[in-house]
Design a protein around this ligand. Structure first.
Ligand code: 13P
Ligand code: SF4
Length: 299
């Protein structure tokens, strides 16, 4: 299967981009594995004609928006991020009417139609910088309430979450008692978590960062060190691969994103062979969403 995929990639001038939460075997056949921000950049930098995007819908849509001339394929079109579904355009519009002077910063984990209504997009890697770079003193921020909490701690601006309780179901598997239990078992370990974790978990962590930021933090530590990892468990594969002399323990084994796991070697080979499913965004939505994404890159 791997040989077949490699051959199809060569024949069709295709690359595979994979998010840090992908299955181990999918990460291993990808040209690049990274966080949302890195994947968006990589999609723009590649000279390939076909991008096979192994991530969830909003990531593949972002790649398609940034690369109108390339064919972006998502091996399983059912890889739909539940958080991105939580922000509805009418709720966002109502918030904009309520705070007419506030700028709107949306997490990249939103659908293209919502991005089209934003002033700027952010990812977990740059959310604090993006919000601080806005000119308004009040910022409407969605859909992740936990990321809003993380951002609020680093800004004097008023951050208004929309919707009230946007969240990632996978990161909500990680609760304070899990962290306390893991710390008891590994008292010398550093706690490294994603900002989609709940406030109680963020508050007890040594480090909070994007998925690739978490990898960089762990790699910068001395060999032999131990880490308690608070994010989707797919990140453990990359951590173990890139820092084999260190020990990594998931804080919760149930922090699994089922949608991220939908891409397999089988459906990647099929997508390359048939050149579908193609990710497409209506041009008028793509043009407006692109403006908000490009503003993030400028910041
Ligand atoms: P990163 O951008 O940190 O990889 O996060 C994306 C995501 O969906 C986390 O759940
Ligand atoms: Fe969406 Fe959470 Fe899965 Fe990330 S881990 S893609 S936020 S459901």
């Amino acid at each position: 299967m791997i040989e077949e995929i490699e051959q199809l990639k060569r024949e069709k001038n295709a690359v595979i981009l994979a998010h840090n939460y992908q299955r181990a075997e999918v990460q291993d056949i990808a040209e690049f594995v990274g966080d949302s921000l890195e994947l968006a950049r990589r999609a723009m930098d590649t000279s390939a004609e076909i991008v096979v995007f192994c991530g969830v819908d909003f990531m593949a849509e972002t790649a398609a928006i940034l690369n109108p001339d390339k064919k972006v394929l998502i091996p399983d079109a059912g890889a739909i991020c539940p958080m991105a579904q939580q922000l509805h355009a009418d709720e966002l519009m109502a918030m904009k009417r309520k705070y007419p002077d506030a700028e709107v910063v949306l997490y990249v984990n939103t659908l293209a139609a919502s991005k089209a209504l934003a002033d700027c997009i952010c990812t977990s890697a740059n959310a604090r910088e993006v919000v601080n770079a806005m000119s308004s003193s009040t910022v409407i921020f969605g859909p992740d309430r936990n990321l809003a909490y993380y951002v609020q701690k680093a800004t004097d601006k008023t951050v208004i979450p929309v919707p009230q309780h946007g969240l990632c179901p996978s990161h909500h598997q990680i609760v304070l008692s899990d962290v306390l239990r893991a710390k008891e078992a590994h008292p010398d370990a550093k706690v490294v978590v994603h900002p989609e974790c709940i406030p109680e978990v963020q508050d007890i962590a040594d480090y909070i960062a994007s998925t690739s930021g978490m990898v960089r933090i762990c790699k910068a530590h001395d060999s032999g060190d131990e880490f308690l990892i608070g994010t989707e468990i797919g990140l453990l594969h990359r951590l173990n691969k890139e820092a084999p002399a260190k020990k990594f323990f998931p804080i919760s084994n149930t922090a699994v994103c089922p949608q991220m796991k939908m891409h397999t070697l089988e459906n990647i080979a099929l997508a390359l062979e048939k050149e579908e499913p193609v990710v497409s965004v209506p041009p008028e939505i793509a043009a407006r969403a692109r403006r908000a994404i490009e503003r993030m890159f400028t910041i």
